[in-house]
Write a protein that binds this ligand. Sequence first.
Ligand SMILES: CC(C)(COP(=O)(O)OP(=O)(O)OC[C@H]1O[C@@H](n2cnc3c(N)ncnc32)[C@H](O)[C@@H]1OP(=O)(O)O)[C@@H](O)C(=O)NCCC(=O)NCCS
Length: 175
Amino acid sequence: MDDCTDDLEVRGNRVGLRALRPSDSELLANWSRSRVLGEFNDLGPHDEDLKASMPAAHLLVVALAGCSPLGDVSWHLVRHGPNRGSRAWNIGINLVPAARGQGFGSEAQRLLAQHLFATTDVNRVEASTDVENLAEQRSLEKAGFRREGVLRQAQFRAGAWHDLYLYGRVRSDRS
Ligand SMILES: CC(C)(COP(=O)(O)OP(=O)(O)OC[C@H]1O[C@@H](n2cnc3c(N)ncnc32)[C@H](O)[C@@H]1OP(=O)(O)O)[C@@H](O)C(=O)NCCC(=O)NCCS
């Protein structure tokens, strides 16, 4: 059995987050190929300059029981002003269908926010999700994020503009 506990960046009760290994590339390609059309994360081909304009970091979400990979979390920098104190991380998550609805998503997002507060100096971690993505809204709330507002027609998906809810968690939040 794979042992993931030695190289976890952060460990929770049931899931951990670990760095991607070169040997994960086939798994990630399979996940990408099997992404279900029409799901909230089916955003079509990425913009060509995405990597340069919005480089994202990733960690793999693994189950501590058996170390099986459940999905991945990512984050990228957003700025709410030109100075260092006005930076924030915007996070994202995708779990494989078999791993959903069991509380892994909320634990993974709580761990990621804790990890980013512990390892960087940002004061704010945020996430946005479709106003119809009830599972992610509830998952973020269970992870201690608060709903802060609506980003009207912010995301283009499946041939139409979609409203997103913006969620945030700040360093001083206690939940
Ligand atoms: C969204 C996602 C990360 C959530 O993670 P998860 O492990 O499935 O979620 P959790 O089990 O932690 O919590 C889901 C909560 O939403 C609730 N929920 C799920 N589907 C729901 C629905 N259709 N209506 C209302 N509530 C719903 C669950 O009951 C649960 O709440 P509870 O624990 O109070 O009962 C995961 O389902 C996923 O990867 N989905 C596909 C990709 C995606 O949408 N990513 C986010 C894009 S912004």
